[in-house]
Design a protein around this ligand. Structure first.
Ligand code: NAD
Length: 321
């Protein structure tokens, strides 16, 4: 099998390559050619850690595997990233392991690409102002990936912890874009596209903050109980997701569904829009909302692309198992 270590991932894939991998696998899911398996997520009662697997099979791309990892809150003190993950790929014809790939950077890249795919397919083409809610580790990746798919002329941002806002300002500056810190109502009043990427457990973006025509990519809510936007906003919006099953249980839609405001049938997989099987935005004044919950097939798609790129550059190490 091949090993692609975490330290080899940076610079291996262009943002365009990650975007294409995610777009393709979402479309394959909608065509019934790729499916995610049930997610395992368990507290270890050790090191306060949460550990799990996300796995799936893309029959079209012949990519089979799993991402294993989780969250170790004590890692920072050890000089390590709290989120840790590794992707394992298997030969779908024989079951033999073909690759082990460092999954930390890939997770940030695939999450940002999912949000960018939603912006590409659902945001108004004339979107000019990007609103960032959240300034943690993922936010810089999100901002950069969004800026690839629309011509933004400025960025506005809000974060619960204002001391983290320089991350957004520096990322915007790196893209040559002005940045301004604003309140949440100001953000809603100015932004054409809003990305939420926080660990919030209560709504931050209220339904009446958001203007007609806005696209929201809600990326932070990936667990039961988390919430970033007002459930009433999902009633007002046309709602899309990576996977409906996750959206209604662990995604942003869990709250609107629990409150009876929408149900699963109101949520469209983004892959269906990409594959031309469903309509995306219908009118300039539509509010579109993408509930990005994060599926295993995203991890497998980018890991497979990373393996190919690493092979081409001689960066994959061959080991016998
Ligand atoms: P991080 O720890 O680096 O940053 C956390 C962010 O959330 C910061 O902006 C912080 O200020 C904010 N925050 C924390 N508590 C908050 C609260 N109570 N209310 C409002 N904001 C709060 O985390 P990160 O790596 O940037 O990840 C952000 C979120 O994205 C996490 O919830 C993570 O689980 C989620 N995530 C989702 C996917 C996906 O595929 N959808 C993938 C990776 C991460």
């Amino acid at each position: 099998m091949l090993v692609v270590p975490e330290k080899a991932i940076a610079g291996l894939l262009t943002e365009a390559a990650v975007f294409a991998a995610i777009e393709n696998v979402f479309a394959a899911m909608a065509r019934g050619e790729a499916r995610n398996f049930a997610v395992i997520r368990e507290g270890l009662d050790h090191a306060d850690a949460i550990y799990g697997f996300k796995s799936g099979f893309d029959r079209a791309g012949l990519v089979l595997g799993l991402k294993s990892g989780g969250y170790w809150p004590g890692n920072m003190a050890k000089g390590l990233t709290n989120h840790q993950s590794t992707v394992f790929l298997f030969d779908p014809d024989t079951g033999r392991a073909t690759a082990a790939v460092g999954g930390n950077l890939l997770t940030a890249l695939r999450t940002a690409a999912a949000s960018a795919v939603s912006i590409q397919h659902l945001a108004r083409p004339d979107a000019r102002v990007l609103g960032m809610v959240g300034a943690g580790h993922q936010s810089a990746f999100q901002l950069r990936a969004a800026a690839r798919v629309r011509t933004f002329d400025r960025i506005v941002g809000w974060n619960l912890h204002p001391e983290m806002l320089p991350r957004l300002a520096e990322t915007a500056a790196g893209l040559g874009l002005p940045f301004e810190a604003v309140t949440l109502p100001e953000l809603g009043a100015q932004a054409d596209v809003i990305i939420t990427i926080t660990s919030s457990f209560a709504p931050l973006v209220m339904a009446d903050f958001v203007r007609p025509g806005t696209h929201l990519a809600c990326m932070g809510t990936d667990t039961k109980g988390k919430q970033e936007v007002d459930a009433a906003l999902l009633k007002r919006a046309r709602v899309f997701t990576d996977e409906v099953g996750q959206s209604v249980t662990i995604g942003e839609a869990q709250h609107a569904v629990a409150q009876g405001l929408i149900d699963a049938a109101d949520i469209t997989p983004i892959g269906a829009v990409i594959a031309g099987l469903a309509k995306g935005r219908l009118a300039p004044e539509d509010i579109t909302l993408f509930d990005g919950t994060g599926v295993g097939l995203q991890d497998l798609a980018v890991a497979a692309a990373a393996v190919e790129a690493a092979k081409a550059r001689g960066l994959a190490q061959e080991v016998e198992i």
